[in-house]
Design a protein around this ligand. Sequence first.
Ligand SMILES: CC(C)(COP(=O)(O)OP(=O)(O)OC[C@H]1O[C@@H](n2cnc3c(N)ncnc32)[C@H](O)[C@@H]1OP(=O)(O)O)[C@@H](O)C(=O)NCCC(=O)NCCS
Length: 158
Amino acid sequence: MKRTVVTFKTAMPIEATMDFEREYEPELRLDLEEKKALVAAGYAVWMFVDGALAGETYAVSPTAVGDEIDDIDAIHPLMLYCYSTTILGPFRGRGLAKVLVAYSLGQLRQAGYTTIVGHATSPAMVHVRASFGARFGPVHEGWFGTRRVARFYRIDLE
Ligand SMILES: CC(C)(COP(=O)(O)OP(=O)(O)OC[C@H]1O[C@@H](n2cnc3c(N)ncnc32)[C@H](O)[C@@H]1OP(=O)(O)O)[C@@H](O)C(=O)NCCC(=O)NCCS
């Protein structure tokens, strides 16, 4: 059986990551400058499968996305908002989002963060986040004008 090698990076030229934007509806895509600004102020992880770029996730300070936080009263300095988790099309259906989220949560815990919040906007991500202990809150239909249903979640890392 062929062995799959999964590796990670925490820094990348953002120009090389724009394929991930094309996995989203136009309403949700970031342009290069928006993404550079967001990622520069956040914690990102890119995942490679057998050397090919396959996954991306990044988390930012909740204050960077203030209006989107459902539990605004609970914001504290050791909390991050997961802005995006994406697996490129050819790599889907292999459980790789769980691998990426596991690595990323470990990195964030190591960096001292205690709470990760976000919105899971696909059924698969609701399932993945639940498997890491997410508790779910408000639900938003028609997320940013798309047909997505977004579920706010919170994961406590300690
Ligand atoms: C969402 C996404 C990251 C999932 O990536 P993936 O690793 O290929 O996901 P998988 O197909 O392996 O599924 C992950 C888990 O969800 C489950 N799942 C898949 N589709 C599901 C569904 N419709 N309902 C419930 N669970 C589902 C799988 O069974 C699997 O669970 P398991 O590991 O316990 O068996 C990927 O589809 C993607 O990047 N989509 C476009 C961008 C996006 O929507 N990102 C999420 C924004 S919050």
